[in-house]
Design a protein around this ligand. Sequence first.
Ligand code: FES
Length: 154
Amino acid sequence: MFNETVLKEIDGIKAQYPERRSALLPSLYIAQREFGWLSDEAMQHVAKTLNLPEAEVRGAASFYSMFRHKPAGRHVIQLCTNVSCMILGAEKLVDFIAGKYGVQPNSTSPDGRFSLVIMECIGACGTAPAMLVNTDFYDSLSENRIEEILGKYK
Ligand code: FES
């Protein structure tokens, strides 16, 4: 399932740690990057590659919110609606994104362009509201700014 390049990347990560389980989170991240989400098959492959029990891999994958367990759109918007962001209008921004791009929270737009995930605090309370698009960080959001930002993600 992993190609040779990816297997070498994971081997390089394993070599950085005395314990192979320390490579679990970066390996899950790589699997998600390669396949877009963590299917049962992808988690089995990570377990096999690291020679770890599948239950341990599933446990780690289910604990962290950054891992996806169903197929996602081409771009994943993670919008914070925690206290600072909520006070500064994040819930209206959720409605704006839903109306403008046809993507409801925790779902994917019909055209497969965006998935929208509602996040807890992402550590940018001082410049709220904030979001990630894939791994890119944006803050001081407004409807206009979101429109400008998301225009870059086709
Ligand atoms: S509450 Fe949204 S970044 Fe902290």
